[in-house]
Each structure stands twice: as C-alpha cells, then as structure tokens.
Ligand binder design. Structure first.
Ligand code: PLP
Length: 425
C-alpha cells in the first residue's frame, strides 16, 4: 500500500501502520528478546520458516519500521538496518564476495570507505581495483576478472562532489553480470533514486541526512530485488547453506534473497546491529527528509553562488553550479537539488583555511555532514593532516580546500557568517 504513496507521504507515514489503540508513533522496542508459547514456533524461526522476531541482533520491530520505510523510499523490495554506514558497505559486499574474489570501485569515495577498500578488504583476501569514475566504459570493463563480483560507487563522490554517470556504470555492471552497489548517502532518496538509474543495491550512512540532526550513527542496505543471482557467480545465494540445513536463498526467498541472507547469515555471525533507539531517531528524521533536503539544496546553491563572487575565494565546487564539471549530470540525476555539501578554495592556502575554520561562529567546526546545523571542516589541517601534500592533492584535498555542510538555518545568516570569517583571513 505504501508503494502507491508519493515519496513525501512515505517519508512521514511509511513503514508503520498501527491498529486501533496501538501507539500512533513507532514504539522504541528496547528489548533483546521475544516471547513464544511453544517450542515449535522457535524451531520454525530457526529454520527460517517463519519471519517473526527472534533476537535483536537479527531483527527488531523498531528497525523493521525504519527498514520498510527506507525500502519504500528507495523503491526496493527489502532493507536491513546496520550499526553504521561502514557496517552497511562492509556487509553489502561480504554478502556476495569472499576471499579470493575481486571488486571494482570508483575511486571518489568517502574516507572510511576508501580505508575499508584499501586496507581491510585486501586483508580478508578480497582484491579491490580503484577506477576513475570518468574513465570510459571500455576501460572500466578492462579491469574485470573472472572473479569480479560487484561494482561500487557513490552517487555524489568525495571530495570533488562529482555526480556519478549512472548510465555508464549500470550498463557496464549489466553487461558484466555483476550488481552495481551505490552509496546514496549524500542525495538521499528524496534527491536521487539509484534503482531508477540501473543500480541493484543501495547503501546509506543513516548518520547523515537520514538522521539529519546529528544524533545517531547507523546505516542501511536496500535491495532492488532485480539482480539475477542465478548466473553461476553467486553460489552462496543459489546453492545450499549448511548453516540452515541446506536451504537455498534464491529458491526459498525469491527476490528477497539478498536481504534475507545478509540478515540471517552475516548479522547473525558478525552482529553489526542497530540499537532500537537509533532506529527510532532515524524514523523521526525521515519524517522531515523531503523538507530538509529541499532547503539544504536551496541554501547550498545560494551559498555557492555568493562564494563564487567573493574576491578571497579562488574556486567553488558544487554540482548545482553551472561551473561544476558534473552540472549536466546533476540536472539529469538530481533535478530536485544537489544536496547540502559544497567545497571551496580560499586565497592563502593552509593557514588561511585554518583561520577561516576557526573564525566562523554560527557554522561549527565538526567532523560531520548532513546536519540541520551548518558545519565546516578544513581537511588539510584536520582529517588529512597525516598525508604529505602530494598525497593530499592526489586524494583531491588541496591545501586551500574547505568543506561546508550547509544547514537549513536562514541562508542570510549563514552567508553573513562566511563573510565575516573570510574578512579575517
Ligand atoms: C559518513 C559516510 C559513510 C560512513 O558512515 P558511518 O555512519 O559514519 O559509518 C559512508 N559513506 C558516506 C558517503 C558518508 O558520508
């Protein structure tokens, strides 16, 4: 039923429909366990013959409302909540890829994801090839190996804020018969729905715009239900799982197989589970997603325009600006707005960047984006300070780069704060 509603209605009322006298608001089910009347019921839970809740490491009614709402917002068939965005990307990959196999990723990535792919997956025996997202389809295809199991990319990449060429990536994925996994954290489903552009699986750091108020860390994996796992490459999906008496996920669960497997196998064994309270906060945040994303995008565009005119500002990068290399793609894939994050370069290099960041008053210095409150970071003197200047430039972080996550305060107050800080630089 939720599927017929427009996105704004799903954001508010999706995922939970109480019966008479039940709570109007999704309850926080702060319980590890659930009670049963007979042993057969529990046996059927363990055999996966029944989908009732068993243990809050694997499922929980408060997550359930959040998962259903997220699946509906993205237009997918099912979702799994996770303890963080990092857990979501890790589990989304481990669900279909194991030691000895290989993945391909766009190289414009969030720092934590870069580290996961560069350091941790290789330690687990999964090789990772990083490709320039602007490389041709032919070049991306040339990196495929018989053991390649997926392609990964962000819909808006870090730190250049490049908008992904979904058409190119999804056609390569389709031709090579592997799923395309998209990190859709920056746009959220309000601004971009990757399944409409050929993605197969979407992950989010719910910590950012889904929460929206900087209260909780969490993540979510959503499956489109469209990828055909029966192509010989994914025996874990199609062949018997000995940990469930030889059950075959695709046979038993059809197009829900991917999410059922990641829940009952990897969440069971690894346990990167979301706290019920955090799921409640995400449900609450989602209720204003459409209003917030609209305002974040409007404010960011206005701040970007004004920065472009400022004499102390050397350059501004925001996909909604005509000067951005991804501008045409932003109009195609992000027609409702390009989200709240922008970067700019300031005259005077590292010292001036540092001074700017220390001089803003309304705009707080924090290591975060996606909050209703505006925030600022100068990566060269903070998150990227361990790197040499060459390494910084290689990863796209020039000494003068400042990242602004534009909040939904009065845009005039935000601009006044930027102006007074620039005057001190
Ligand atoms: C923050 C972020 C992550 C990681 O999410 P956590 O919730 O911090 O673990 C992944 N991808 C993107 C694009 C992010 O901004």
């Amino acid at each position: 039923m939720d599927q017929d509603w427009n996105l704004e209605t799903v954001a508010i009322q999706g995922g939970y429909s109480p019966e008479a006298t039940e709570p109007r608001i999704v309850p926080i089910v702060q319980s590890t366990t659930y009670k049963y009347d007979n042993a057969d019921h529990i046996a059927s839970l363990f055999d996966l013959d029944c989908a009732d809740h068993m243990y809050t490491r694997i499922s929980n009614p408060t997550w359930d409302a959040f998962e259903t709402k997220m699946a509906n917002l993205e237009g997918g068939v099912a979702a799994l909540a996770t303890s963080s965005g990092q857990a979501a990307s890790t589990l989304s990959i481990l669900n279909i890829c194991c030691s000895g196999q290989h993945i391909i990723t766009a190289n414009s990535l969030y720092g934590g994801t870069y580290s996961l792919f560069y350091n941790t997956l290789p330690k687990m025996g999964i090789e990772v090839t990083f490709v320039d997202p602007e490389a041709s389809a032919e070049e991306i295809k040339s990196h495929f190996r018989p053991e390649t199991r997926l392609i990964f990319a962000e819909s808006i990449g870090n730190p250049g804020l490049n908008v992904l060429d979904f058409e190119k990536f999804s056609s390569v994925a389709k031709e090579m018969q592997v799923p395309l996994i998209i990190d859709n954290t920056f746009p959220t489903p309000y601004l971009c729905r990757p399944f409409e552009h050929g993605a197969d699986i979407v992950i989010h750091s719910a910590t950012k715009y889904i929460d929206g108020h900087a209260t909780s860390v969490g993540g979510v994996i959503i499956d489109s239900g469209r990828f055909d796992w029966n192509n010989g490459k994914y025996p874990e999906m199609t062949e018997p799982d000995s940990s469930y008496h030889g059950l075959r996920y695709t046979e038993k669960f059809g197009n829900m197989a991917y999410i059922v497997k990641v829940r009952v196998q990897l969440m069971r064994d690894i346990g990167a589970s979301l706290g019920p309270m955090n799921a409640f906060m995400f449900n609450h945040g989602l209720e204003t997603l459409h209003v917030r994303m609209q305002r974040h995008s409007e404010n960011a565009l206005e701040v970007a325009r004004r920065l472009e005119l400022h004499p102390k500002v050397k350059w501004v990068s925001y996909p909604g600006l005509p000067s951005h290399p991804s501008c045409d793609r932003a109009s195609k894939y992000l027609p409702k707005g390009a989200s709240g994050v922008l970067t700019f370069g300031i005259e005077g290099g590292v010292e001036a960047g540092r001074r700017f960041m220390e001089s803003t008053k309304l705009i707080a210095m924090v290591v975060h984006v996606g909050d209703v409150r505006s925030c600022v970071l100068h990566p060269a003197s903070t998150t990227h300070r361990q790197l040499t200047e060459e390494q910084q430039i290689e990863s796209g972080v020039t000494p003068d780069l400042i990242r602004l996550s534009v909040g939904i305060e009065s845009v005039e107050d935000i601009i006044a704060d930027v102006d007074q800080a620039l005057a001190l630089c």
